[in-house]
Write a protein that binds this ligand. Structure first.
Ligand SMILES: Cc1ncc(C[n+]2csc(CCOP(=O)(O)OP(=O)(O)O)c2C)c(N)n1
Ligand SMILES: [Mg+2]
Length: 282
């Protein structure tokens, strides 16, 4: 995999591997939404280390709205590599009294909204995108949300508004993992066909493998080149993608209450991948 990839893709695959390792490390003590955090590492690597532009203060010019707040672990894992958080403070994730909440509070570094109540992000992101356009900025707004959130009416009100306003500075990224708290999304309340639904609301849409760096980069590029409507990237992902030994035993673990022995094997698997990356770079 690493050998024939372009330098940019292999650098982002390396970053995604580091983010996956951070997610497992952060969840080791008290559990968490590790499967989603791991699965979202490829999107996080592309977003935080390629797509979003930097400002002059070692931060981001573009804005990211996390709607599926329980997946904050992905952002923590990425921002540890960006330097905004130390792994030491992130290891207090989910502890009593910690600032490293499982679902973030508005104003916490890296989080634009309070996001524990699902379904709120798409409308807030559409409002932010509208406001940025009114202000005449060139900021781009990225909003990540999950397939379960598509069952909430507020999401479709936001989509209708964004489509009507032709908010081309808005990119929705959907973690389409066919999983919600009580089972498979297709069994609980099916949401497909997701791209076609958004297209009917005035979006340009693309379904991709959300665990392929190449596909994610291409989709972001297409979104940037779409100048007359908002864009949605429907990312099919698999829980614990990229950590084979944990995925094999926990393919549907919506929440992991306690790290098991598989965790050490998962860390080892990622460490081996990381050393292969450094061997290939020499
Ligand atoms: C409005 C609301 N209802 C219920 C919950 C409890 N809850 C937390 S995570 C989750 C799973 C939802 O599935 P999905 O949005 O697809 O997220 P995934 O587990 O796939 O990351 C639920 C129901 C919540 N946080 N907010
Ligand atoms: Mg889901």
């Amino acid at each position: 995999m690493e050998n024939n990839a372009t330098p940019r893709i292999s650098e982002l695959e390396l970053m995604a591997t580091k983010i996956r390792r951070n997610v497992l490390d952060i969840c080791m003590q008290r559990g968490g939404y590790a499967g989603q955090g791991v699965a979202l590492a490829d999107i996080a690597a592309c977003l935080y280390f390629d797509e979003m532009r930097a400002d002059d203060n070692n931060w981001y010019h573009d804005r990211f709205v996390l709607s599926n707040g329980h997946d904050a672990i992905m952002t923590y894992g990425a921002l540890a590599e960006q330097g905004a958080y130390s792994m030491e403070e992130l290891r207090s994730y989910n502890a009593d009294g910690t600032k490293i909440d499982q679902s973030p509070i508005e104003g916490q570094l890296g989080f634009e909204i309070t996001a524990g109540s699902l379904g709120q992000g798409p409308s807030q992101a559409a409002g932010i995108a509208y406001a940025e356009r009114l202000k005449g900025t060139d900021k781009r707004i990225y909003c990540l949300f999950s397939d379960g959130e598509l069952q909430e009416g507020n999401v479709w009100e936001a989509a209708m508004f964004a489509g009507h306003q032709q908010l081309s500075n808005l990119v929705y990224i959907i973690d389409n993992n066919d999983l919600q708290a009580t089972g498979a999304t297709k069994d609980v309340l099916g949401v497909e066909p997701v791209p076609e639904k958004f297209e009917s609301f005035g979006f340009a849409a693309k379904r991709i493998n959300g665990n392929s760096i190449a596909e994610i980069l291409t989709a972001f590029e297409q979104a940037r080149n779409t100048t007359d409507k908002p864009f949605v990237i429907v990312c099919d992902t698999l829980l614990f993608a990229g950590v084979d030994c944990i995925q094999a035993v926990l393919p549907n673990a919506h929440y992991v209450a306690k790290a098991s022995a598989d965790w050490q094997a998962g860390l080892q698997e990622l460490d081996e991948k990381l050393s292969r990356f450094s061997a290939n770079q020499q």
